[in-house]
Design a protein around this ligand. Sequence first.
Ligand code: ZN
Ligand code: ZN
Length: 93
Amino acid sequence: MGNPEMRKQLASLSFSEKVEILEKLRDRSLAFAAAGPRDHRVHRAGGFCKCSDWEPCGCGHQPPYHCMWCCQDLSMEQVAIAKKRGFYSREKR
Ligand SMILES: [Zn+2]
Ligand SMILES: [Zn+2]
């Protein structure tokens, strides 16, 4: 099984590039594990999202606006950026 194109792509990567990809995946699953089950109604108290690749969460349990990876609140700055990107445009009046 497996996709031959993907295989070729992986084979063309250097060892350190592969390690980098694996570490990224691992970091992400650690972030998921730390956030616990994805019931975003229970937000982890305190602190703001520090993910380098944060994404606004669209789970609907908001506000507070939060990151979809770590479920920590987004900072004012991040919310402003998210709004510029078209998130959270359907706010209640
Ligand atoms: Zn959420
Ligand atoms: Zn985050």
